[in-house]
Design a protein around this ligand. Structure first.
Ligand SMILES: NC(=O)c1ccc[n+]([C@@H]2O[C@H](COP(=O)([O-])OP(=O)(O)OC[C@H]3O[C@@H](n4cnc5c(N)ncnc54)[C@H](O)[C@@H]3O)[C@@H](O)[C@H]2O)c1
Length: 311
């Protein structure tokens, strides 16, 4: 019944306009850059001229991503860093800064611990989620700050999600961590704004990354027909579409954005619980069935007036 909205394979932004330009000579760190949104963000920054470091615990896929992009002429390195480990974060950032003239300009905090727990949450579940999704983000900001405060046009983008804003079943731990990212972003923006560092956040809905594709066993059409239907655009996002928002917030085009939480959600948060609701024609039909409205003729009105004692 509704139009079939296809999913673009490539970023919406025009590669030819931005390629090798807007992040030329900029140094970027992307956590969780080996997969999904993080990987698309690495590709986008690299495409636009940046020198990018992937910080990830996946030391199989991570180095392969860096190698592939380097072979195609981009500047991408991999460092095995667990964001929950503060000393690994500090050491990793120092290595990146040292290799790039003691500069770090942009940080994207994206790595996440996905283990949804609710009534069944144990202390360990809270610990695992919060140390990666909240403390991990703070660790990287603390490690990058000394380089960013002396740099120019430096930015931080924290990746949250629609779970920060909407109730979802059995997701106390994950959703609480995503909500914390939104509030922490505002505090970071306030504290770092005086050094000219902008801090923003993106909240996406469903994105075609391994986490989502595994739910529908890799069947993209199934994802559009099921998960896609809770988005106005009736599909899940491609990672590159979230990456486009992240790189925009990191660019000088977003020079007056700070402390913001941008929904990149295909209209998920704009929809009411009715979703697409009942088609308009059905509403009209039902109204007519329930209370048929009779149009009065002039004769009827005159007759009523004549018999009404109060008239
Ligand atoms: N996919 C979605 O539908 C969706 C929706 C809303 C928000 N998000 C958010 O987007 C971000 C990326 O999600 P994704 O779906 O692309 O995930 P993904 O699973 O594809 O990638 C996550 C990456 O993070 C890495 N990682 C995990 N723990 C780490 C740690 N302790 N240190 C360093 N690296 C670590 C993983 O190895 C992996 O490479 C997350 O913050 C997630 O909460 C995703």
């Amino acid at each position: 019944m509704y139009c079939n909205m296809s999913t673009p394979e490539r970023p919406i932004l025009d590669d030819e306009i931005t390629k090798d330009k807007r992040f030329k000579d900029r140094v970027v760190i992307v956590t969780g850059g080996a997969s999904g949104i993080g990987r698309a963000t690495v590709e986008r920054f690299a495409n636009d001229g940046a020198s990018v470091a992937i910080f990830d615990i996946d030391d199989v896929i991570g180095p392969m991503v860096a190698e592939d992009l380097t072979k195609s002429g981009h500047k991408v390195t991999f460092l095995k860093v667990d964001v929950a480990n503060k000393s690994e974060c500090l050491e990793g950032v120092v290595k990146v800064a040292e290799a790039n003239g003691w500069a770090v300009h942009h940080l994207v905090n994206n790595a996440a611990y996905f283990d949804w727990k609710g009534l069944d949450a144990e202390r360990e579940d809270w610990h695992n989620t919060m140390t990666v999704n909240v403390e991990g983000y703070a660790n990287l900001v603390q490690a990058c700050y000394p380089y960013m405060k002396t740099g120019k046009d430096c930015t931080i983008v924290n990746v949250s999600g629609n779970s920060a804003h909407r109730a979802e079943p059995n997701r106390w731990t994950y959703s609480a961590s995503k909500g914390a990212i939104v509030s922490m972003t505002k505090c970071m923006a306030l504290d770092l704004g005086q050094d000219g560092i902008r801090v923003n956040c993106v909240s996406s809905a469903s994105v075609w990354s391994p986490a989502v594709s595994s739910v529908v066993f890799g069947d993209r059409a199934e994802s559009q027909a099921t998960i896609g239907q809770v988005h106005i655009l009736q599909r899940v996002a491609m990672p590159s579409e979230v990456a486009a928002a992240i790189t925009f917030l990191s660019s000088r085009d977003a020079s007056f954005f700070t402390g913001a939480d941008i929904p990149v959600d295909g209209g998920h948060s704009a929809m009411s619980p009715e979703g697409f609701g009942i088609p308009k024609d059905d509403y009209l039909l039902n109204d007519k069935k329930k209370s048929p409205v009779k149009e009065k003729s002039l004769e009827d009105e005159l007759r009523e007036a004549a018999t009404d004692p109060d008239a």
